[in-house]
Design a protein around this ligand. Structure first.
Ligand code: FAD
Length: 341
């Protein structure tokens, strides 16, 4: 059981900045995210795309913003618990909270900040019989070790940037790649589509469009072939060692819906003084919250994180007034930031 001041649900930009604002006030945070990398939508949906409206940063990509936020929160040494979803959130008799993740990590915390964005990202699964038998062995929704595909026969399913990026990345490693897309047109970057088409023209890989996989054959989790059904004509069977599926990520509100909070469609109602939910001690910042005038912008989430941090400090230390101090001049903040005066 990890004891902490605050558990932050979600390591998107707002969850990461929440660590910073809490840290400045001397509060320790633990961050949990269901995906394996920090950065939320910025890292998962648009790592290479430019963002132009972060104050004082004329332009940065989603990945650069995430890296900068991680650098900024380094002094506060927050625990990062990635690849696990927060599933249980329960108030205890002593007004602390019990939090538990899908991997069984448990926390006892004095406050909770939900920075869960549009929900917890889950890869959209392939719908074929017995898919779960192959999952993690020869059916993959993510590539963790590209080397495992060296010299292998791969079916890559999907028509977006992820599918195309991995086709291009693995083309010279794999023995053979068959790209299967349910439409004729690709959603990915035109440049990637052109490069993939060139590989097909050069005879390096195969492409099947307007078709979908209807079955995976194999034994003991090891795929041996995929059955591809075109929109018109007969099904074909393609020999494979691995099937890589990139049908995109679907955010799901998931367990948050069961925590007894005042939910407004897929968002959580908060006040605009503390960004507290209907449950005292549980706060919500970033895309997940709702209040009149709410805008789903990163800079708005940063402001919300600052005010939530002050509110949490006041809740934890009700007898002391929480003063605003400037990072420029405050010795205590310099100490917390690890800066020598
Ligand atoms: P998110 O970034 O959504 O992160 C939330 C995290 O919480 C996710 O990683 C999720 O996995 C995790 N999570 C959810 N539930 C759980 C759970 N139960 N357990 C564990 N983890 C959980 N905004 C701008 O201000 N400027 C822009 O230029 C801009 N461009 C954009 C471009 C695109 C293509 C998109 C899609 C969005 C853009 N946005 C932009 C919006 C911006 O990305 C969001 O406002 C921002 O990511 C919200 O941050 P967040 O931290 O609230 O949530």
């Amino acid at each position: 059981m990890i004891h902490t001041d605050v558990v932050i649900v979600g390591a998107g930009p707002c969850g990461l900045f929440q660590v910073f604002e809490l840290g400045l006030l001397g509060l320790k945070a633990e961050v949990v995210d269901s995906i394996r990398q920090p950065g939320g939508q910025c890292a998962e949906l648009y790592p290479d795309k430019p963002i132009y409206d972060i104050p004082a940063i004329p332009v940065c990509t989603g990945e650069e913003l995430t890296a900068a936020l991680l650098k900024q929160i380094e002094p506060f040494d927050a625990g990062m618990h990635l690849g696990q979803e927060v599933q249980v959130l329960r108030r205890e008799d002593d007004e602390t909270f019990f939090v538990e993740t899908s991997k069984g990590t448990q926390f006892k915390t004095r406050a909770v900040v939900i920075a869960a964005g549009v929900g917890s990202f889950q890869p959209r699964p392939i719908r074929v019989p017995n898919a779960e038998d192959f999952e993690g062995k020869s059916l993959h929704y993510r590539v963790r070790e590209p080397e495992q595909f060296r010299g292998k026969k791969l079916a890559i399913l999907g028509g977006g940037d992820s599918a195309l990026d991995w086709v291009l990345e693995l083309a010279d490693k794999a023995e053979r790649i068959t790209l299967v897309h349910r439409r004729d047109e690709y959603r990915g970057m035109p440049d990637s589509v052109a490069k993939m088409k060139q590989l097909v023209a050069d005879g390096v890989m195969d492409e099947i469009t307007s078709a979908k996989a209807t079955a995976i054959n194999g034994e003991n989790g090891q795929a041996t072939s995929v059955v591809i059904q075109p929109k018109e004509g007969d099904a074909v069977e393609v020999e494979v060692d691995h099937v890589l599926v990139f049908f995109g990520l679907a955010p799901k509100l998931g367990p948050i819906a069961d925590w007894g909070l005042d939910i407004n469609r897929k968002t959580i109602n908060v006040d605009t003084e503390k960004f507290e939910t209907s449950e005292p001690g549980i706060y919500a910042v970033g895309d997940i919250n709702y209040y009149p005038g709410k805008k789903k912008l990163i800079l708005c989430g940063f402001h919300e994180a600052a005010l939530a941090a002050f509110a949490i400090k006041q809740r934890i230390e009700p007898d002391r007034k929480v003063h605003v101090q400037y990072t420029t001049t405050s010795p205590i903040m310099h100490e917390r930031l690890g800066i020598e005066d």
